[in-house]
Ligand binder design. Structure first.
Ligand SMILES: NC(=O)c1ccc[n+]([C@@H]2O[C@H](COP(=O)([O-])OP(=O)(O)OC[C@H]3O[C@@H](n4cnc5c(N)ncnc54)[C@H](OP(=O)(O)O)[C@@H]3O)[C@@H](O)[C@H]2O)c1
Length: 438
């Protein structure tokens, strides 16, 4: 039997244990996995899974150092002690399966370097997209493609909030409060609504898609706090829907990669536009394949555990294959890692500055309602090489007007310079919203 130590018995840990304790009808390799030790913070807490008496509850330090344990599953979450536990497990020669995007996106360099040196696997299918298989497809089935772009709706909480704002109307703060009551948003929603969680995930996907490490600190993350009911309304009228997108794309110079998270106006016909509620989806575009989209539950005990256990199964598979090879060639034992399951890149991708981006923009201006304002906006944009695709003016009360523009694809630096000039015009009261448009 291959012995597993489980760090964490919360949502994902309990889901993982539940699969491993109920194997009938699943892949035969699961028969070889046995949970022997589990670490939790609070031993007295009621659990949603009944562990057999043979499973010992012990501190995590004991699991990662136990010579009997072959694979450590890290599902504690957070940065510490998760990072230390993963590193220690690798040092002790164990394979690691983790769902922890926060640790992998920040400490991937350290973790994978150590794992490669130790000849152990670190698997992370559950870290992005919950139950959606995306890590192994990027490593294997899609690997022959030259990836152009990976675009994801990878945070269920923000997608739930934006979906409700779109379908019911209502402002962000009210729907967030309701989502918290219903358990769809954390008490501290920062990591989700400010785009940090999505940034962790796109860092991982970009690294796999473009074959280099990604400096997580350099990823620009803009969340959904500034999306208003008014913008959702305009999006609807203009034929768009607003989604929080995590985007990683190869730049035309073929050297730089742009990795970013921001709320985005998405044409209603776009493959990601119909992904609603807590669901996640990841659209991968590459040559020669074209587009392929992965869709499914991005969180939840069963879904995420399905991804965790698939990693366990892959490791059992290679342990078997390695054992068979060793029997055949007893003279040349090798602990070389399977190239499709391990991480071999060591350089960092060069990230394009945001100002170098070419994209379309939506901007909403509050102005005084006097003749010629639209003309002035058009002139300033024109002077900065920003061509407009559409412009709409709506009169408000008190001799004020709201002007909404959608640009053609323009240079981000040019657009921002034009915006600074416009903000200084006496007729422009404010620019409440600016969003990118796909
Ligand atoms: N929930 C999801 O749907 C989902 C989806 C994708 C990825 N993930 C990732 O999966 C990981 C786990 O998430 P989760 O939702 O399962 O978290 P959770 O429900 O909060 O569970 C965390 C578990 O870790 C244990 N734990 C925490 N600190 C510990 C420590 N110092 N020593 C020993 N045990 C410790 C906790 O013990 P107690 O139970 O005693 O408190 C708990 O059992 C996170 O990295 C998360 O980002 C989760």
């Amino acid at each position: 039997m291959i012995k597993v130590g489980l760090l964490g018995l919360g949502t994902v840990g309990a889901g993982t244990a539940a699969i491993l304790l109920d194997r009938a009808g699943r892949h035969h390799l699961l028969q070889e996995l046995e949970i022997v030790k589990v670490a939790v913070r609070d031993r007295g807490k009621a659990r949603s899974v009944d562990l057999p008496d043979s499973v010992a509850i012990v501190p995590w330090e004991e699991i990662v150092a136990d010579p009997e344990i072959d694979i450590v599953v890290e599902v504690m979450g957070g940065l510490e002690p998760a990072r230390s536990a993963i590193l220690k497990a690798i040092e002790c020669g164990k394979h690691v399966v983790t769902a922890n995007k926060a640790v992998i996106s920040r400490y991937g360099d350290e973790i994978f370097s150590k794992a490669n040196a130790a000849g152990t696997y670190v698997m992370l299918e559950a870290a992005v997209g919950g139950g959606i298989p995306i890590i192994q497809p990027l490593k294997q089935s899609l690997g022959v493609n030259r990836i152009q772009r990976v675009t994801g709706i990878v945070n269920g909480t923000t997608n739930y909030i934006l979906t409700r704002m779109t379908q019911e109307g209502g402002e962000f703060a009210d729907i967030l409060a309701d989502a918290q009551k219903l358990g769809y948003a954390e008490a501290d929603p920062t990591a989700d609504v400010d785009g940090w969680d999505a940034a962790d995930k796109i860092a991982i996907l970009a690294s796999l898609a473009f074959g280099g490490r990604i400096d997580r600190e350099k990823i620009s993350a803009e969340g959904i706090r500034n999306v208003t009911a008014t913008d959702i309304d305009y999006a609807e009228k203009l034929g768009f829907t607003i989604k929080l997108l995590a985007i990683a794309e190869r730049q035309s110079d073929n050297t730089n990669v742009s990795v970013r998270v921001h709320p985005t106006f998405l044409p209603k016909g776009h493959p990601l536009a119909g992904v609603n509620g807590v669901y996640n989806a990841i659209l991968v575009e590459g040559e020669p394949l074209g587009q392929v989209m992965f869709f499914g539950p991005g969180a939840g005990a069963g879904a995420t555990a399905s991804a965790v256990v698939s990693d366990l199964m892959a490791i059992v598979g290679v342990i078997h294959a390695a054992a068979a090879t060793r029997e055949e060639t007893v003279d040349s034992p090798s602990n070389a890692l399977h190239p499709l399951l391990s991480c071999h890149h060591q350089h960092y991708c060069s990230l394009a500055p945001l100002t170098a981006l070419q994209c379309r923009y939506y901007a909403r201006f509050l102005t005084t309602d006097v003749p010629g304002v639209i003309g002035k906006l058009g002139t300033v944009f024109g002077l900065h090489r920003v061509s407009l695709e559409s412009i709409v003016q709506i009169g408000l009360n008190d001799r004020r007007a709201e002007i909404v523009v959608v640009t053609q694809s323009v240079n981000a630096g040019d657009f921002n310079t034009a915006l600074d000039v416009l903000k200084a015009l006496p007729e422009v009261e404010s620019v409440p919203s600016v969003f990118r448009v796909v």
